[in-house]
Write a protein that binds this ligand. Structure first.
Ligand SMILES: Cc1ncc(C[n+]2csc(CCOP(=O)(O)OP(=O)(O)O)c2C)c(N)n1
Length: 333
């Protein structure tokens, strides 16, 4: 090994993984940019919680999952759904309330589901899917599958009882589940310092005897590498793993706008995090390490934009559910 740079190169994931991370993040970013652009038309009538700035977490974690593994999410679900392989067309149609949507137009942005991709559930109840992911891990164990499950949630979810019950049960039974915490510092407009005592979130998982992994959530390679270790841990039968990623949402808590005028965080803080753009960071690595050329990355962007355009066209042209079917699928008979 001639120098530290060569050593770093040695440790890079292989090119397929790197390009997978890049494409996945770009798909999430371009999709959400288009949602933000078209939201003022008021054709998407559901609230939207955008994850622009946070893309490295879903991309880096899901790059380690197989189609057998299941994923669960919260109100900020677009990135997790897409990175797990959920249908983009069905997601956009869902935001438009259309029959072709992934929840047949009944759920909107916060109730994404795509069972074909094993993206099993997302719900706006903070922490609500964490115990369900643990249940999926228990089911996988009982069915003797090699599958693991992942619960994505924000930093506020660890303040709820469901998190503590679920981690306790998962640790006790050494279940193959990952708890993936996106620590973006805020719950709506309240900083974590005003909500939690001064201690690391990971201490909560450690106290349950759960293996803990942490990574810079703006560095897709770091997220991928930490998640790889956590996935190996869970899949080996050693029990659950807890992942904490430092990340940041660029736009308002809910909706398509910048919120620097609200006063709960400063424009400077937002600008500093934007400097750490995870897509820009990986792009620089891909070019710097000669994994890709500018032209190849441009081609990925063009392909992604076409896919996004096509999904919006599909959603807009799709029919609304017929009136007489509105109550279908809402209640168990
Ligand atoms: C049980 C519950 N309590 C309160 C709310 C209201 N609420 C919606 S989003 C949110 C903040 C979520 O913050 P976090 O979990 O850190 O995720 P982020 O929005 O930062 O991604 C709250 C309190 C809710 N949806 N569910």
């Amino acid at each position: 090994m001639e120098n530290a740079d060569d050593e770093k190169m040695e440790n890079l994931p292989d090119n397929n993984i790197l390009l997978g991370l890049y494409s996945s993040m770009l798909l999430i970013r371009r999709t959400e940019e288009r949602i933000a652009e078209l939201y003022p038309e008021q054709e998407m009538r559901c609230p939207v919680h955008l994850c622009i700035g946070q893309e490295a977490v879903p991309a880096g974690v899901c790059q380690n999952l197989t189609s057998e593994d299941s994923a669960f999410s919260n109100h900020r679900a677009h990135g997790h759904y897409l990175a797990k392989g959920g249908s983009l067309k069905a997601m956009i149609a869902e935001l438009y309330g259309k029959e072709t949507g992934c929840a047949k137009g009944r759920g909107g942005s916060m109730h994404l589901i795509d069972l074909a991709a094993n993206f099993v559930a997302s719900t706006p109840l903070v922490g609500g899917t964490i115990p369900v992911a643990v249940g999926a891990a228990l089911a996988a164990r009982m069915q003797k599958k090699n599958a693991i499950s992942v619960a994505f949630f924000g930093d506020s979810a660890v303040e709820g009882g469901a998190f503590h019950e679920a981690t306790n049960f998962a640790a006790l039974h050494r279940l193959p589940v990952l708890f993936a915490c996106e620590n973006n510092l805020y719950a709506s407009q309240t900083h974590i310092r005003e909500r939690q005592p001064e201690r690391e979130i990971t201490q909560l998982a450690k106290a349950q005897g759960i293996a803990v992994f942490k990574a810079d959530g703006n560095d897709a390679i770091a997220v991928y590498t930490a998640a790889k270790k956590a996935v190996e841990h869970a899949r080996s039968g050693a029990g659950p793993a807890f992942l904490e990623f430092a990340t940041y949402r660029w736009l308002e808590h809910v909706g398509p706008n910048d919120d620097s005028k609200l006063g709960y965080r400063t424009a400077q803080e937002i600008a500093e995090w934007k400097e750490k753009d995870p897509i820009k960071k990986l792009r620089e690595t891909l070019l710097g390490k000669r994994v890709s050329t500018e032209k190849e990355l441009e081609a990925i962007d063009e392909t992604v934009k076409k896919e996004v355009n096509e999904a919006f066209r599909f959603a807009k042209e799709s029919p609304f559910p017929a009136k007489e079917t509105l109550a279908d699928n809402l209640y168990a008979d």
